[in-house]
Design a protein around this ligand. Structure first.
Ligand SMILES: Cc1cc2nc3c(=O)[nH]c(=O)nc-3n(C[C@H](O)[C@H](O)[C@H](O)COP(=O)(O)OP(=O)(O)OC[C@H]3O[C@@H](n4cnc5c(N)ncnc54)[C@H](O)[C@@H]3O)c2cc1C
Length: 429
C-alpha cells in the first residue's frame, strides 16, 4: 500500500473542489483526487447560467424565489449567505478570466423557470465549461496544489468520529492519503439512475461512505428531476434542454398538439405534469416547441443545444423536439453547517454532495453553481481558522482495518446502501 501525506485533501475536481483549492493558504499542501479525468465533472455541463444579486433592490425577490422553489424548507441563513456572497463570487470568477455574455457594454441577465426577474449571468449555453475550465486553469498554475486523476476515494480513514484522510485506489493499488482536513466535493448521484443528465461516474460514493461511518445526512431523499431532457433511444447521459429555453418562451405540447402545463412552473411540479401527460398519451416523451424563439436566438444563445439536436436528427429551429424528465440534481446529501463542516471532525463537504439547506426541497435554476462556489470557499475559510491539528493515530493500522472492512463489491454495495436509505426516508415522509 502506498502512502501520501498532505495538509488538505479535496476529493473531486468540479467547481466546488477547484474553488475550495484556490482559497487555500499558499503555504498549505493541497492534494486533489478525482475518479476519472480532471475535466469530467458535472460542473462542465452546466448550461443555463449562474445567479447573482445584481442590485440590492432584487434581494427580497431573489430570496423569495429561492424559498418558494424550495417549498420553504430551505435554511434561511444559508440562502442569505449565498445571495449576499454572490456579487463577490462573480467578481472573483471574472478575476480568473471567466467571461459572461454581454449586451453592448453591460452583462446580459437572463431568466429561468421560477425566477421573477432576470438575474442569471451566462456564457452562451456553456456557462459551466467557461467557469470550470478557467478555475482549473488557475489551479494548474498554483505550486501548492497537486491533482491526481483516475484515483477514486473508496473509503475514509476514520476513528472515533475523526477523519484522518481517505483510502483511494489507483491502477488497482490502494493508497493511504493522510490529511489534516478532507473536503468532499464529489458532486451528485445521477450515476445511480438509468436516465440522468449527470456523468455516470457520479454515484454518491460520499453519501454511502457517510452512511457507513455515521456521518449525518440531510434529506437524502430530495432528488430533482429536470423536466426537459432530449428523448433519445441511445444509452448514456441524457442531454439537457436548458430551462432558459422555456424561460425565453418555448412551449410544451402533448401528443394531441395541445399545451398542457405552464412551462415555467418549478421543476418538480412541471416534471409531474409532463409525466402525467406521457401516461395519458402512452408515449415516452412530450414535445417542446423552440421554433417560437426564432432561429437567431436559438443559434446565438443556445448554439450547443442547437447542434446537439441536429446531431440527433432534429432541427429545433424548424421542428418540435421530443423531451422527457431525467434525474438532474441532488438537493439532499451530507449534512453541513454554514461553514460546510460535516458532523465528523476534520471532514468538510461542499457542492452537490453536501446539503447546507440552500435549496430546501427543490432547487431554483442556476442557484447550484453559485451555492457550490460560495460554500466551497467557506469550507476553506473555516479550515484556516482551525488550530493546528492535535490528535493523531496509527495510520497504517487504520488503513489495514479500513481495507478489511471494505465490502468486496463496494461499488455495487455503495449503490444499494444509498438507494435503500433514499427508499427508507421516502417511506418515513
Ligand atoms: C447537464 C447539467 C446542466 C446544469 N446546468 C446548471 C446551470 O445552468 N446552472 C447551475 O447553477 N447549475 C447547473 N447544473 C448543476 C451544477 O452543474 C452542479 O450542481 C455543480 O456543478 C456541482 O459541482 P460539484 O463540484 O459539486 O460537482 P461536480 O462538478 O460534478 O464534480 C464532482 C467531482 O467529484 C469527483 N468524484 C466523484 N466521486 C468520486 C470519488 N469516489 N473519488 C474521487 N472523485 C470523485 C468527480 O470525478 C468530479 O471531479 C447542471 C448540471 C447538469 C448535469
Amino acid at each position: 500500500m502506498k502512502r501520501i501525506d498532505t495538509d488538505i485533501l479535496i476529493v473531486g475536481t468540479g467547481a466546488a473542489g477547484l474553488f475550495a483549492a484556490l482559497h487555500a493558504d499558499p503555504d498549505k499542501k493541497v492534494l486533489m483526487i478525482t475518479k476519472v479525468a480532471k475535466d469530467k465533472s458535472d460542473s462542465y455541463l452546466a448550461q443555463g447560467g449562474i445567479c447573482v444579486l445584481k442590485d440590492e433592490s432584487d434581494y427580497d425577490s431573489f430570496f423569495e424565489d429561492t424559498m418558494k422553489a424550495g417549498h420553504y424548507e430551505n435554511r434561511r441563513e444559508s440562502v442569505d449567505i449565498m445571495i449576499r456572497s454572490s456579487k463577490e463570487t462573480i467578481n472573483e470568477l471574472i478575476g480568473y478570466g471567466v467571461e459572461f455574455t454581454k449586451k453592448g457594454d453591460h452583462f446580459d441577465y437572463t431568466r429561468e423557470g421560477c425566477h421573477s426577474k432576470p438575474r442569471i449571468l451566462y456564457h452562451e449555453d456553456i456557462t459551466g465549461k467557461e467557469i470550470t475550465s478557467k478555475l482549473l486553469a488557475e489551479v494548474l498554475t498554483r505550486k501548492n496544489i497537486t491533482i491526481l486523476e483516475n484515483m477514486p476515494m473508496v473509503d475514509i480513514l476514520e476513528r472515533e468520529n475523526v477523519c484522518y484522510g481517505v483510502l483511494a485506489k489507483k491502477d488497482g493499488e490502494y493508497y493511504t492519503i493522510r490529511a489534516n482536513y478532507t473536503i468532499w466535493a464529489t458532486g451528485g448521484i445521477g450515476g445511480l439512475f438509468c436516465n440522468s443528465t449527470n456523468y455516470p461516474h457520479l454515484r454518491a460514493d460520499a453519501v454511502a461512505i457517510a452512511i457507513r461511518h455515521g456521518v449525518q445526512l440531510e434529506h437524502p431523499e430530495y432528488i430533482q428531476f429536470h423536466p426537459t431532457t432530449l428523448y433519445s433511444k441511445k444509452h448514456g447521459r441524457s442531454f439537457l434542454i436548458s430551462e432558459s429555453i422555456r424561460g425565453e418562451g418555448a412551449k410544451l405540447y402533448g401528443a394531441d398538439g395541445k399545451r398542457f402545463a405552464n412551462e415555467i412552473l418549478p421543476r418538480d411540479l412541471l416534471t409531474k405534469e409532463i409525466l402525467k401527460q406521457m401516461k395519458k398519451d402512452h408515449k415516452p416523451f412530450v414535445w417542446l416547441d423552440m421554433t417560437v424563439l426564432g432561429k437567431e436566438t436559438i443559434v446565438t444563445h443556445f448554439p450547443h443545444i442547437y447542434q446537439h439536436c441536429l446531431n440527433e436528427g432534429y432541427d429545433c429551429t424548424k421542428e418540435w423536439i421530443p423531451v422527457v424528465p431525467g434525474q438532474h440534481y441532488y438537493m439532499g446529501g451530507v449534512y453541513v453547517d454554514k461553514n460546510s463542516k460535516t458532523s465528523m471532525e476534520r471532514l468538510y463537504a461542499a457542492g452537490e454532495t453536501s446539503c447546507n439547506g440552500v435549496h430546501g426541497k427543490n432547487r431554483l435554476a442556476s442557484n447550484s453553481l453559485l451555492e457550490s462556489l460560495v460554500f466551497a470557499k467557506r469550507a476553506m475559510q473555516d479550515i484556516k481558522t482551525q488550530k493546528a491539528v492535535q490528535s493523531s493515530c496509527d495510520l497504517d493500522d487504520l488503513a489495514k482495518e479500513t481495507i478489511e472492512k471494505l465490502p468486496k463489491d463496494y461499488v455495487e454495495t455503495y449503490k444499494n446502501i444509498v438507494l435503500n436509505e433514499i427508499k427508507k426516508r421516502k417511506e418515513n415522509q
